[in-house]
Design a protein around this ligand. Structure first.
Ligand code: GUN
Length: 285
């Protein structure tokens, strides 16, 4: 089997075009969706991501408030900025780019964001709501992955889903979302015995480990749907967590890197921010 490509770039462009139209309608009511992004320090990958988020905001017609803080910023200074943004009615979403410098505790910072403005879905309240199956601000990368999976038309109910990676940003939340779709979910990680054996059972295989070409063709079942969340910057360029060409020979669907999951993350961030702006408009918040 040769896999069909799950084109996240195209899907993201369609979603962003639809968001742009909704923004025009909101603007007629005097509401401009506003996203505040905070970048602390100068992590090169974070700078790229934050640049993409700002560009996405501006193209969609959002107000973008980018706060670049020096790597020496104290936790108190960051919390003071978050307090200010929590109270700012023009800001509907707040995103603190991770990772943060060592002197700042990410859990304290993420918990300081008002849950209604937590467009990353990382606040304990939103994580709890996700676990409980209640409506929540959903983390952007997992939400984008689910959108890509649903676009295949393949029912997720009853499928064997294997997630490789247990991060709070991708692995854990995507596993919960697949569970909510009634898939049978296994989470594999660095201590998993016989990881390849688990992977080979997967109808849906999500690779989110940050190891270049970790998933090889012998770990993939014929006809599986393979989602590659990896963005590994090597000298030869961007490489995913999946050994793309040989795996594409076996899979039924596969996401490319770049152009798969990455663009969907930005589209979902814009969607989450738009939803909060709409809710704030409806409640006069
Ligand atoms: N760092 C890597 N991915 C993400 C993300 O989705 N959100 C934030 N805030 N930081 C990240």
């Amino acid at each position: 089997m040769t896999a069909k490509i799950l084109d996240g770039k195209k899907m993201s462009a369609e979603i962003r075009a639809s968001i742009k139209e909704k923004v025009l309608l909101l603007k007629e009511k005097g509401i401009v969706p506003g996203l505040a992004v905070i970048l602390v320090g100068d992590n090169p990958a974070s700078k790229v991501y934050v640049g993409q988020k700002e560009k996405g905001c501006l193209e969609a017609g959002f107000a973008s408030f980018l706060h670049r803080l020096p790597g020496t910023t104290s936790q108190e200074e960051l919390l003071a900025l978050i307090d200010k943004l929590n109270a700012d009615k023009t800001v509907h979403g707040i995103l603190v780019q991770l990772p943060l410098p060592r002197q700042i505790d990410p859990d304290t910072v993420l918990a300081a964001i008002r849950p209604e403005k937590d467009v990353d879905g990382f606040h304990p309240v939103n994580i709890g709501r996700l676990v409980a199956g209640l409506p929540a601000s959903e983390p952007c990368t997992p939400k984008g992955i689910l959108r890509l999976l649903k676009s295949t038309g393949i029912p997720l109910s009853g499928k064997e889903a294997v997630v490789i990676g247990r991060s709070n940003i991708v692995g854990k939340p995507v596993a919960l979302m697949l569970l909510a779709e009634s898939a049978t979910v296994t989470i594999c990680h660095s201590k998993t015995a016989d990881l390849a054996e688990h992977a080979r059972r997967a109808d849906i295989l999500v690779a989110a480990i940050g190891k270049p070409r970790f998933v090889t063709a012998d770990m993939v079942k014929e006809g599986a749907v393979v989602i590659d969340v990896g963005i590994n910057r090597l000298e030869e360029g961007l490489v995913g967590d999946v050994d793309y060409e040989p795996v594409a020979e076996k899979a039924s669907w596969i996401t490319p890197v770049p152009g798969g999951v990455g663009p969907m993350t930005i589209a979902m961030l814009l969607e989450n921010t738009l939803e909060q702006a709409e809710k704030a408009g409806a409640s006069g918040r």
